[in-house]
Design a protein around this ligand. Structure first.
Ligand code: SF4
Length: 389
């Protein structure tokens, strides 16, 4: 049954053919902001009660139908804590029955019981993500703002394995946990995951108070992530640091002394996998960035290019998601790398990287400003053109 479903999705999606100007690769819907944790980086500044303005179940079904009709393969129900909504099972099943790969990110609280995880598995959920930001209770619980969160995360991971649900771990790196990368990576490996999503902090929401890493630290982390990704068979996906793609291409196209070959910007296969282990959710076939292959719907239906780029472009309650994603000037601007400013605008990697649009906006107020934490110095425009010829 499970294999049939994967085959069906596989036939239906030719992921590499998805045109990001028409269809996002992934849609994130923040189904609620309610959450019992108080994480230090929380983009949503989550609260512990449900907002009465949340999209209803019926509005959610309509949204899921529209996402499916756009040809988007992956939909993530995020939060807050998505399990705060009793209809989460119906929402996941609705999307899965349409053929969407559905994923969710429950908070590790006492609500995340074996029974809950079992029910999630029964809905045909493709993947469950848990957050882990430290290698031990002291570091993780301080970050998450609630004692016991670390133990509950490990327990949640165990439940996922018990019921056979592919497990993803999400980790947000900032100055706070930069030094314990190796220990976190080892723990992620030990947890037998199919997917590790590594977020680079964007200073919005409560995350504004956290200290960011420097451009040198970004590069150091890229180096570690690149080596680590070669050792493991699961997907290591980087979010909000698209210049990791530049780093990987640089490593994989290093020339021998005296060797001459044309400059080529093409994403290596390690960054583009249709499916992860066991048919789990894969990696985008092309570079995804805010508004370009990616769209975020807030709990009240506002349409943003990303959860980390909270610029409203309309609301699903009174507008078409497809039309806004395809035609809104903000989305069109974000998909035009030739309009990037500063060094990103003259960089030969701008079509597959382009820097984090969310971080540029958070730190400068300009969605097209250059990435604040990239060490790369592109050759001047004239040089670049010569390299590309
Ligand atoms: S300069 Fe901008 S586009 Fe070029 S690699 Fe750095 S972040 Fe990416």
């Amino acid at each position: 049954m499970e294999n049939n479903r994967i085959e069906e999705v596989r036939r239906k999606d030719t992921l590499a053919d998805i045109d990001f100007s028409l269809s996002p690769f992934i849609v994130i819907w923040e189904i609620t902001q309610a959450c019992d944790l108080a994480c230090r980086h929380c983009r949503a500044e989550a609260i512990n009660w449900r907002d009465p303005r949340e999209l209803s179940t019926q509005e959610g079904f309509k949204l899921i139908e529209e996402v499916h009709s756009m040809g988007t393969p992956i939909m993530v129900l995020s939060g807050g804590d998505p399990t705060k909504r009793e209809d989460i099972f119906d929402l996941i099943r609705y999307g899965a029955d349409l053929g969407l790969r559905m994923a969710t990110i429950p908070a590790a609280t006492p609500k995340l019981t074996l029974q809950m995880v079992k029910k999630l598995k029964e809905t045909q959920l493709a993947q469950m993500a848990l957050s882990l930001d430290g290698p031990n209770a002291k570091i993780h619980d301080t970050f998450r703002g609630v004692p016991g969160a670390f133990e509950l995360t490990l327990r949640g991971a165990e439940y996922a394995h018990l019921v056979g649900l592919p497990l993803q771990i999400n980790t947000t790196f900032s100055e706070y946990n930069f030094d314990v990368f190796d220990d976190i990576a080892q723990l992620v490996k030990d947890l037998n995951v199919v997917f590790w999503e590594v977020f680079f902090l964007v200073p919005i929401g409560r995350g504004k108070l956290l200290e960011q890493m420097t451009a040198v630290q970004y590069e150091r982390l890229f180096q570690k992530l690149y080596s680590f990704s070669k050792e493991v068979d699961f997907i290591v996906k980087i979010t909000e640091a698209p210049h990791y793609r530049r780093y990987v291409i640089e490593q994989e196209t290093k020339k021998q002394p005296g060797e001459k070959r044309p400059f080529e910007v093409r994403l290596p296969s390690r960054l583009t996998r249709d499916f992860g282990p066991g048919g789990s959710i894969g990696h985008a076939p092309k570079g995804v960035n805010a508004g370009n292959g990616y769209v975020f719907i807030s709990h009240t239906g506002e349409i943003y290019p990303s959860g980390f780029l909270p610029l409203s472009t309309g609301n699903v309650r009174n507008g078409s998601l497809a039309r806004i994603y395809r035609e809104h000037p903000t989305f069109q601007l974000l998909r035009n790398p030739d309009l990037l400013k500063g060094k990103c605008g003259i960089c030969q990697y701008r079509t597959i990287c382009g820097g984090s649009r969310s971080r540029a906006y958070a730190m400068t107020g300009d969605i097209m400003a250059d990435e604040p934490f990239c060490l790369y110095q592109p050759p001047e425009r004239k040089n670049r053109d010569r390299i590309q010829r």
